[in-house]
Design a protein around this ligand. Structure first.
Ligand SMILES: C[S@@+](CC[C@H](N)C(=O)[O-])C[C@H]1O[C@@H](n2cnc3c(N)ncnc32)[C@H](O)[C@@H]1O
Length: 362
């Protein structure tokens, strides 16, 4: 019989990222629906849900998704016309039963929240979900895809979910195993499925960081190909014993990128890119290093030297084309002298960089 397991530090980091994102996503989507006067169905999917909890007492990802909805006081008031559906898919019968029990223990749910626990395989359940959507409006959806191993979450399935747009996905991939087993005979079908492309074969002759970076870029390209999300991000998670996992995110919206970057910088306040578990049991993680805003300054100056740029466009550049958040921009450019950077503000404004300001880099 399948046994529940302990929640490790790297899993807590994964959950912290998930929680920070869905906690921001739910109100953004609900408010957007209200703004345009739409009665929306808003869907959260946990495609590989697990039992919903750990032997260490930590909540599993399905409870994190549920809590992002159930913790909102607006549910019974401002959001009462919106419908929230949380779809939790788990293949293992023991885990599916444990999950059902944990959901039941939450008691009565508000009338506009449905929790659908499915004991079944992601592949089949997603097909049913897509059939349900066929012909109707495509609901705003967040999907968490967190299998054990890399052969279980084919790119095709992630992509099929994105049909109709308005779908954000976060996928956990044991990347070290992917790079390690890449050239091994017998892995071809699994790799073709994972990447949804035969191009991974180009990495067989590469090694080390070059191989990893090539494959990460390929995975991100596949997530954002034609008809897919417009933007992707990647976050690294390293376990206590040095194993390397990646979380890949895709969205259509720059706001989705902003919120996921907020989540990433929350988990990694130094680089916004990676969580590394301490190899020592119980050792606190100390963040004594500040983000390297000099790196952001150099990127911005190199890109805009000799040019003028509106502050909104500059923020968009930082959000979509660098690892930093737009909130880093002002501190990063502060050391520049007037000989290096001048600011033209809209009439009547004398301070800061209000909307409409134009920055000129010498
Ligand atoms: C990594 S665990 C999920 C952990 C959970 N997402 C969390 O963070 O708390 C992966 C789960 O996927 C389930 N699983 C494996 N293959 C599956 C499939 N094809 N469809 C649905 N669930 C599957 C396993 O039984 C396992 O419980």
């Amino acid at each position: 019989m399948a046994q529940e397991w302990a929640c490790e530090p790297h899993t807590r980091a994964k959950h912290a990222l998930l929680r920070a994102y869905v906690d921001a996503w739910v109100p953004i989507i609900a408010h957007a629906a209200i703004r345009i006067g739409r009665r929306e169905e808003i869907v959260l999917i946990d495609a590989f849900a697990g039992p919903g909890g750990y032997t260490t007492g930590d909540a599993g990802s399905p409870l994190i998704l549920l809590n992002a909805v159930l913790s909102r006081s607006e549910l019974r008031a401002a959001w009462s016309a919106q419908r929230f559906r949380v779809l939790l898919i788990e293949q293992d019968p023991t885990f599916a039963a444990a999950l059902l029990a944990r959901v039941a223990a939450l008691g009565d749910l508000p009338p506009n929240v449905t929790v659908d626990v499915r004991h079944g395989r992601f592949e089949a359940e997603i097909d049913l979900e897509l059939q349900r959507r066929r012909g109707g409006a495509s609901p705003s959806t967040f999907a968490f895809i967190d299998p054990f191993g890399y052969s279980r979450s084919p790119m095709d399935l992630t992509r099929s979910l994105r049909i109709g747009q308005r779908v954000d996905t976060l996928t956990f991939v044991p990347f070290e195993n992917v790079t390690r087993f890449l050239g091994r005979v017998g892995q071809e079908a699994a790799m073709d499925n994972l990447f949804g492309s035969p191009e991974w074969r180009d990495a067989i002759l590469m090694s080390g960081a070059q191989r990893t970076e090539f494959l990460i870029a390929l995975y991100r390209r596949q997530l954002t190909g034609p008809g897919q999300g417009r933007h992707s991000l990647v976050f690294g998670v390293t376990t206590r014993d040095g194993h390397d996992y990646r979380l890949f995110f895709s969205t259509d919206h720059p706001v989705g990128v902003e919120r996921m970057k907020d989540a990433m910088w929350k988990v990694d306040p130094v680089n916004g890119a990676q969580f590394v578990a301490s190899p020592m049991e119980g050792e606190p993680v100390l963040f004594s290093v500040e983000p390297d805003l000099g790196a952001l300054r150099r990127v911005v100056v190199a890109r805009f030297a000799g040019r003028s740029v509106a502050v909104d466009d500059l923020e968009k550049f930082v959000t979509l084309e660098t690892a930093f958040r737009k909130q880093h921009l002002r501190s990063a450019l502060k050391p520049l002298s007037e000989a290096e950077l001048t600011v033209a503000r809209p009439t009547g404004k004398t301070r800061g960089w209000p909307v409409g300001s134009v920055l000129t880099f010498r």
